[in-house]
Design a protein around this ligand. Structure first.
Ligand code: NAP
Length: 515
């Protein structure tokens, strides 16, 4: 029996009643690998109550003690890396190397937030600008919300679930994580690790169960929500949360363009396009979903991409370095992907590679390259979220930019060009919350700066200062140390004070414009 082929212990699901269970299937083989107890609405409410009771103690521990626990958790993840990677591979169908990248991110993030939290959440003292505040102490301070809900997707069961819980915890919140129903096991493993390293009870809990019931119950009970998932569900949660003004951040879908300029290093651009489109079987929110190539570079770029894609090894995740493209995590997404490819072919696109579902019980789809595509096709307009790479010839960079921006989404994008200053100018014209020049996907690791969506791709961001400050309320704190008995603006109002105030306004602001 492997580590994932087991009934999770009662404690590992944080008090879920075992009355209802969730079957976890291995997408690469179709086998059921685990059965996980799920919560109902009352169970969620009880979990939130316990998390709320645990929060003041967790906050009172302070940054140093919380940071030490996060670093202990980092050591735990590294010590248990084989088990973590195996769990990720089995529940999601991703390759060993894709899972290893998730582990890399989380290990890095634990230390990063442990170090940055005290700096980015420290009191911000400002010198007051207004004469009304002369001599006062003016402070912006950060106060954790209390109980934060994190609802995450199945494509990155570690990064976009536990990874988002780390800054919330470092800020002093307790966290309840609801992973996607398809991939609960790695989150439960993180809960086990947190307990083993000594994180107090009820500080980090996993709430398993269906989106509507358990996710919905969380939205009704937590003090702040961070959601990663589809734009459709994100909008629904925003609507539900609005009835009680729930603060939330939303990391949603994308349809990310790549632009290849005529002077680009085509070998690098082709390698990055293949990585950006097929890593994690194309199930990355910031995957390269469509490519626009300037006419002069089009033929050689396509030839290089097709040659590389035909060499990709697809299969059941094995040991590191043996499989390039894994399985699709859900059968629903496999159907969407197939429908998008059929739609493109029906409208005249040419299949340069792939275009077929795998045979057998595993949820595989052959890495697919399409040419002859245009914006009437779903592969170019919607999020396909699978191993596809549609490539379109464009006359020049203006056409590339226009088509790249012709989307309801604005998550990530990339530009390849030999003159990087020129490529950067093109990048600045793109309507996406992130853009990377001469690479793909790597900007997710730039944790010092925010990354989040424009347009329908989200509200708020992760990473950077805002990536932890969003988990806090702000308190505007003004301290009067040397107060007079009466301020000029106190009651009762008098003609004398009205006159004095007027003189002050004229002296300070009345000297005309532009001076
Ligand atoms: P999804 O269907 O929106 O589900 C995301 C999470 O929401 C799951 O845990 C799901 O639970 C839960 N959920 C569903 N309905 C709910 C409801 N009514 N109330 C509360 N929770 C609910 O998304 P997905 O298919 O898992 O993930 C793929 C999408 O995520 C893609 O669009 C991708 O681009 C996006 N994504 C975005 C980012 C980013 O950073 N922008 C990162 C990764 C993924 P169940 O699984 O139980 O239904």
């Amino acid at each position: 029996m492997t580590s994932t082929e087991q009934q999770p212990s009662q404690s590992s699901v944080n008090g879920a009643s075992a009355a209802k269970t969730l079957e976890v299937t291995e997408p690469a083989t179709g086998r059921t690998i685990s059965s996980v107890p799920v919560l109902d609405r009352d169970g969620v409410a009880r979990l939130v109550e316990r998390a709320r009771a645990a929060q003041p103690g967790w906050q009172a521990l302070g940054y140093k003690a919380r940071g030490d626990l996060m670093r202990d958790m980092r050591a735990w993840i590294v010590a248990n890396r084989k088990r973590v990677i195996e769990t990720l591979c089995r529940e999601s169908g991703k390759t060993y190397d894709d899972a290893q990248l998730e582990l890399f991110y989380c290990a890095d993030a634990l230390g990063f937030w442990a170090k940055r939290a005290p700096k980015w959440l420290a009191d911000e003292r400002e010198r007051p600008h207004s004469p009304m505040l002369a001599g006062r102490k003016v402070i912006n301070r950060y106060v954790p919300y209390g109980v934060v809900g994190v609802i995450g997707p199945w494509n990155y069961p570690l990064v976009n679930n536990f990874g988002d819980a780390i800054p919330a915890l470092m800020a002093g919140n307790t966290v309840i994580l609801k992973p996607a129903s398809a991939t609960p096991l790695s989150s439960m493993l993180m809960a086990e690790g947190m307990r083993e390293v000594g994180v107090p009870d009820d500080v980090f809990a996993v709430a398993n169960g269906g989106g509507g019931e358990v996710g919905g119950a969380l939205v009704d009970a937590v003090d702040m929500l961070h959601f990663t998932g589809s734009t459709e569900v994100g909008k629904r949660l925003a609507e539900q949360g609005a009835t009680r003004l729930l603060p939330l951040t939303l990391e949603l879908g994308g349809n990310d363009p790549m632009i290849v300029l005529r002077d680009a290093n085509l070998e690098r651009a082709a390698n990055a396009a293949v990585f950006g489109a097929f890593q994690n079987s194309g199930q990355t929110c910031i995957s390269v979903e469509r490519v626009y190539v300037e006419a002069d570079a089009y033929e050689p770029f396509v030839a290089k991409v097709v040659e590389k894609v035909r060499e990709l090894r697809q299969g059941v995740p094995g040991t590191g370095g043996t499989v390039d493209v894994g399985a699709m995590t859900t059968s629903d997404q496999l159907d969407i992907l197939d429908e998008h490819v059929r739609d493109a072919v029906d409208k005249g696109a040419k299949l340069e590679a792939g275009g077929l579902r795998g045979e057998g019980p595993g949820q595989f789809y052959a890495p697919t390259v399409l040419t002859g595509v245009d914006h009437s096709m779903k592969v170019m307009r919607e999020e396909t979220f699978g191993p596809t790479l549609p490539i379109m010839r464009v006359a020049d960079e203006d056409e590339a930019v226009r088509l790249a921006n012709d989307s309801e989404y604005g998550l990530d994008s990339s530009v390849f060009g030999g003159d990087h200053a020129h490529a950067e100018r093109v990048a600045r014209r793109l309507e996406s919350g992130a853009c990377v020049v001469n690479d793909s996907l790597v900007n997710y690791f730039a944790m010092e700066i925010p990354i989040g969506g424009m347009k329908q791709s989200g509200v708020g961001a992760r990473h950077g200062r805002i990536g932890i400050q969003k988990y806090c309320q702000r308190q505007n704190l003004v301290v009067t140390r040397f107060g007079l008995d009466r301020e000029l603006y106190y009651m009762p109002y008098s003609k004398r004070n009205t006159k004095l105030t007027e003189l002050m306004i004229r002296a300070l602001y009345g000297r005309g414009a532009r001076r």
